[in-house]
Design a protein around this ligand. Structure first.
Ligand SMILES: C[S@@+](CC[C@H](N)C(=O)[O-])C[C@H]1O[C@@H](n2cnc3c(N)ncnc32)[C@H](O)[C@@H]1O
Length: 208
């Protein structure tokens, strides 16, 4: 992957407050014991969620699609620890979590590896001077298209972000704007926040 994709961080902190020893151990034990090669061999089809946050959508994907390997990537440690604990509590077998920036994982996933990829309510970076920190820019989108052969599902309550992504996406994929996309995804924390604060959720499906 080209270096320029990695230069600007699309996230702020990677941890909210000091982690307890138990939290640190849960993350370390998971990372040390997870064997991605075995996981890859166990499934024929894969779905990716980038920036899964509290995990509402990725947990739903895993329980409703047991024949798929579900891959989640998030650099935020608290999110990863929460979801790792949920995986253990619910005895979910078909999920794999990476505590990282998705842009660092290029080599792990081959070309056209994922049938679907979800990016739900990515950090909006609403101030014009911060727009360049948005995860989905044209270079990132072109890269993601190389990894997916089916659909990319995108939701945001920031209309400016939404329209800018749809504009460049249409050069590479078939863009479907979904007017009532509520059923497309789970009730994630940021979807609920948008609704509670009266912001419209915008949904699109990009057919690769
Ligand atoms: C605003 S939250 C949305 C969380 C969740 N998708 C939801 O709808 O509630 C954005 C999430 O994207 C993650 N994120 C930001 N940059 C990322 C990157 N480069 N790779 C993977 N995840 C990223 C953040 O850590 C955060 O968990």
């Amino acid at each position: 992957m080209e270096n320029k994709l990695r230069q600007i961080k699309s996230y702020g902190r990677t941890v909210a407050k000091a982690l307890s020893e138990n939290q640190k151990n849960d993350l370390i034990n998971y990372v040390n014991s997870f064997d991605f090669d075995t996981f890859k061999n166990n499934y024929k089809k894969f779905i990716l969620e980038i920036g899964f946050g509290n995990g509402e959508n990725i947990l739903k994907l895993a329980t409703e699609n047991e024949e798929y390997g579900i891959v989640g990537v998030d650099p935020f440690k608290n999110s990863c620890i929460k979801v790792i604990r949920d995986i253990q509590k619910l005895s979910i077998k078909n999920m794999c979590i990476f505590n990282d920036d998705v842009k660092n994982l290029d080599r792990l996933f081959g070309e056209k590896f994922f049938e679907k990829a979800y990016i739900l309510f990515p950090d909006p970076w609403p101030k014009k001077k911060h727009n360049k920190r948005r995860l989905i820019n044209e270079d990132f989108f072109k890269w993601l298209v190389t990894k997916v052969f089916g659909e990319i599902i995108f939701a945001t309550d920031n209309l400016d972000y939404f329209e800018s992504v749809l504009e460049f996406a249409s050069k590479y994929v078939n863009v479907k704007r979904i007017e009532d996309g509520d059923q497309l995804i789970a009730n994630t924390k940021y979807k609920q926040k948008a609704i509670a604060e009266g912001r419209k959720c915008n949904y699109a499906v990009f057919c690769v």
